[in-house]
Design a protein around this ligand. Sequence first.
Ligand SMILES: [Zn+2]
Length: 205
Amino acid sequence: MVGLAFIGALLLSTFQPVFTAEKIPPRVEARMRGSSYPEEGTAAVSLDELRYLRLSYYDFNGVPQTGEMVCNAAIAQDLLEIFEALFEARYPIRSIRLVDDFGGSDDASMLADNTSCFNYRVVPGQGHLSRHALGLAVDVNPFENPYIDARGVVRPPEAAEYVDRTRDFPHKIDREDLCCRLFRSHGFIWGGGWARSRDYQHFQK
Ligand SMILES: [Zn+2]
């Protein structure tokens, strides 16, 4: 009989990391329609301009996983390179799932600490399209790295304990953080450096 520890070690050693980008497959479009993408017709960004990525990462337990992300074709290569570098460094990421797994709800995705990119939505409280609506922004480990708007409203509200960035805690994104350095080296702007609102999870190009 083969021990469970051995099988576990075998699974780890045989994990095949995946970093691929392709046009939105029909099965993914079906998941997006009526959720992160309009039910019918075309949004400000067409499906042809979007890419479906498969990205491997290490979860918070140090276990390799492969997630899914939809982004604008213009940043697909950047994201493949950034997430491959994060994987090689074993940078911990809670999960990388499509917001469609959360009913297209950004709040639900953030509450689950999910890393994601495309979602056809407006900026909360402002009404104009977010960079996420063009697939040009990524939110990483959003629960430990919340968004604090100019009025001081925290999103997700449950993450209030992570507003104080003078504190040290796991998965905190600051300027020296590897993820932050990688995104910036690829020409992205980090939301944690903004003057009025602070969006510690957010990188946009
Ligand atoms: Zn964001």
